[in-house]
Design a protein around this ligand. Sequence first.
Ligand SMILES: [Zn+2]
Length: 102
Amino acid sequence: MSGIILISAAAIFLASVVLWSQRRHSMRLAPREESLTMKVQIICGDCAGVERLPKKTFLTRKGECEQCGGHSFVLASAIARAAKVGAQQRVVARMMAAKIAV
Ligand SMILES: [Zn+2]
């Protein structure tokens, strides 16, 4: 009877050692979770203070300015897009004015 108990205890011990070593091995091989992030550039009005021009900073994950924590900003990409559209409209207006003048 005690032989069966000893064999059972040994089997349980060996199984737990094997499971423990496999778990450690799998933890070593598991890739670290890394989040790929990309910064979003903003133009913050709060950072400008009394200066005339607003400053370019970055957006945090919370949706705040990276430097001052403010919320008075616009996306720099939106300003760049608006400037590009404005430049295109000025070129078209010049072309139409030149065509009308001729
Ligand atoms: Zn700011």
